[in-house]
Design a protein around this ligand. Structure first.
Ligand code: PHE
Length: 361
């Protein structure tokens, strides 16, 4: 038997095929054919039995070398195919980070949220911090501390939702405005203060422009030597930035709030034509907020000496200014969760309002 010849034949037959095996499955079936229990190499080794010891030793060496070479060829091909398969799998799983985003899949931002973000951005730019207060308040914080005693007519004007009376006769209520946050801020921390307080407020009211739950942003500045000029400058800047109209006319109209003295309501210029209201210079005025110098009685109620500290405060109706800015006529639509309404009036989830890049785009 010519071991070398036999071994060369098998090598010639299979090494090329192994190197070119197109897939891991085919490589494996080649491995079985060549190196399997009943494979070509085993058949050769079986022939060793019939040989003399010397011949067996020589032929055994040749066959074992063949076995090793085939093994190496299979290993090498296996690594290549395995790497190729992994690369194909990874490229199939890759994401194209240069593809444009599809914000329509994210839903839209509700106009109230949008306007709250815009207002926050404007006041943050002036150095205000955002504070919060609870929706359920005490009569003291919502009324008494704000200079509205129990027999004051303003208590009736507020159409308050009360919670059931407690054992000690006191009643909690749903806050009728965000002003109780003034009391909390001034009683809990020492001045100076420069905060805005966005939040939900509640009054028993329901028509085109009123819903029982609505939104306000309270503003409070307390410091030394604060005067009405600061209040006016701050609110004029706010209104012109918010409505994105540089020459927007503003009117400070004397008014009354028990917790501010003097008090004013702020109107912005507008015109109404064919039932459509346009904000900006025009023949009409539209009220957007209440404001005033913090009443010295309120400062005292919160433990501040009015001779040392002064302040101004304001309260803006968020839903109201959202309707004005974005031309929404019925407030009740805000809270119907109607998908079509939300798609129509909602804002792109990815366009955050910023002073630098534009509030509403
Ligand atoms: N709290 C008042 C309201 O709800 C608004 C206001 C706030 C007025 C702060 C003056 C100062 O109508």
């Amino acid at each position: 038997m010519d071991a070398k010849l036999l071994s060369d034949q098998i090598r010639d037959e299979y090494v090329g095929m192994i190197a070119e095996a197109p897939s891991l499955t085919e490589l494996d079936s080649l491995r079985v054919t060549v190196l399997g229990k009943k494979g070509r190499v085993s058949q050769l080794l079986a022939k060793l039995r019939d040989l003399s010891p010397e011949e067996r030793q020589a032929a055994g060496g040749v066959f074992n070398k063949l076995k090793e070479e085939l093994n190496q060829a299979i290993e090498a091909r296996f690594s290549t195919l395995d790497a190729e398969q992994l690369a194909a799998k990874l490229s199939g799983e890759s994401i194209d980070i240069t593809a444009t985003v599809r914000p329509e899949g994210l839903g839209t931002i509700h106009p109230v949220t949008q306007v709250l973000d815009e207002v926050t951005e404007i006041f943050a730019g002036m150095g205000f911090a955002v504070a919060e207060g609870p929706d359920i308040e005490t009569e003291y914080n919502n009324f008494t501390a704000l200079n509205i005693p129990a027999d004051h007519p303003a208590r009736q004007m507020h159409d308050t939702f009360y919670l059931p009376e407690r054992e000690d006769g006191s009643r909690l209520l749903l806050r009728t405005h965000t002003s109780p946050a003034q009391v909390r801020t001034m009683s809990q921390a020492s001045p100076p203060h420069r905060i805005i307080v966005p939040g939900r407020t509640y009054r028993h009211d329901y028509d085109l422009t009123h819903t029982p739950m609505f939104h306000q942003v309270e503003g409070l500045v307390v410091d030394k030597d604060i005067h009405m000029g600061h209040l006016k400058g701050c609110l004029i800047d706010f209104a012109r930035t918010f409505f994105e109209i540089d020459n927007l006319p503003l009117r400070f109209r004397p008014s009354y709030f028990p917790f501010t003295e003097p008090s004013a309501e702020v109107d912005i210029g507008c015109s109404v034509e064919g039932g459509v209201r346009t904000i900006g210079e025009g023949a009409d005025w539209m009220e957007i907020l209440g404001c005033g110098m913090v009443n010295p009685r309120v400062l005292s109620n919160c433990g501040l000496d009015p001779h040392e500290w002064q302040g101004f405060a304001f309260g803006v109706g968020i839903d109201r200014i959202a309707m004005l800015k974005y031309g929404i006529r019925d407030l009740r639509g805000f809270f119907d969760s109607d998908l079509q309404w939300l798609r129509n009036y909602g804002f792109s989830a990815l366009d955050l309002p910023t002073l630098g890049q534009g509030l509403s785009r």
